[in-house]
Design a binder for this molecule. Structure first.
Ligand code: NAI
Ligand code: 15L
Length: 275
């Protein structure tokens, strides 16, 4: 595997929490980056990077941005639960623009999917990458749509996708659930390197989590991309193991609090899809 991609890499959501970690780290490795976001990039522009402000809902702008790029690290969009209408433009329409651009450029898409695509699985149930999709929110549903769009563009157009079902990527875990879901920034950056530089990925799903002993997730394609997570939430266990809420849905399901937002069902489902 080489160290730098042959072509520039487009990073959407560059001004967001994860984009601001990825942009300087990947630029420091000598990568040529095209950064974009709806809002201005708040930091000093890393060497070798240029920033263009654009809305993912603007198809022609996204096509122009992707020109000459070999990979799209797609981190832009609505990143938490919102009313349906607010999710649609960035996460549904915007994703279509990203995939059309990737098709035109013969580029690979590394898609920041989310654990909320499968958030209604019980915490006690270990999941593999081919588990049932059980979104816990309109946001999670948009990630399911993204993963399915990747499949369609792979079978129909040969566009490669690495869909990374990210758990919780923050500076450190902050509650008991994150002892299972935490992804350190350093592991995120390593994962993006491998997803970009691997010679062939096809269309695969991987779990975006550090090496957490309490992980909800098992089998995926990470092995074939090479490398493994090096960090772990385990050192935070004594501090966080009892940091739980009293909310029944939140504590029962992998998606945590997202399963409780706007909920009208009074009690959890016993079993999987059927009671
Ligand atoms: P964030 O909200 O900090 O960053 C998202 C960025 O997307 C923001 O800078 C925002 O301005 C931009 N954006 C929103 N709508 C846009 C539009 N219409 N056009 C262009 N840009 C737009 O979120 P964060 O935490 O950095 O997450 C990045 C990606 O990773 C998101 O797709 C999120 O769903 C995903 N993810 C993040 C996780 C985490 O723990 N941080 C967990 C699972 C998934
Ligand atoms: C996500 O998908 C969100 O982007 C992030 O803000 C967290 O809520 C994370 O999931 C999580 O589940 O902890």
């Amino acid at each position: 595997m080489t160290d730098t991609p042959a072509k520039p890499v487009l990073l959407t959501g560059a001004a967001g929490g994860l984009g601001r970690q990825l942009a300087p780290a990947l630029a420091a490795r000598g990568w040529k980056l095209v950064l974009t976001d709806l809002v201005p990039f708040p930091d000093a522009l890393p060497e070798g990077a240029r920033f263009v402000r654009a809305d993912l809902a603007d198809g022609p702008a996204i096509l122009r941005l992707a020109e000459g790029c070999g990979t799209v690290l797609h981190f832009g969009g609505v990143s938490t639960e919102h009313p349906f209408e607010q999710v649609v433009d960035a996460n549904i329409r915007g994703l279509y623009h990203i995939y059309e651009a990737a098709r035109r450029e013969r580029a690979r898409v590394v898609f920041a999917s989310s654990n909320h695509a499968v958030g209604f699985h019980e915490r006690a149930e270990p999941l593999d990458d081919d588990c049932q999709l059980l979104p816990d929110s309109y946001y999670g549903l948009s990630k399911v749509y993204g993963e399915m769009m990747g499949r369609m563009y792979w079978f129909k157009h040969g566009v490669e996708t690495v869909a990374v079902r990210i758990g919780s990527s923050f500076p450190r875990p902050v509650d008991a659930r994150m002892l299972s879901t935490w992804l350190s920034y350093a592991d995120l950056i390593r994962l993006m390197e491998r997803a970009t530089l691997s010679p062939a990925t096809g269309c695969c799903v991987i779990w975006g989590a550090s090496a957490n002993a309490r992980s909800f997730w098992r089998q995926d394609a990470r092995g074939s991309l090479g490398g493994a997570p090096q960090d772990s939430a385990d050192p935070f266990t004594a501090e966080l193991a009892d940091k739980r809420t009293q909310a029944v849905f939140t504590e029962r399901y992998q998606g945590g609090g997202y399963t409780d937002i706007d909920r009208t069902r009074p009690t959890p489902v016993q079993g999987r899809l059927f009671e």
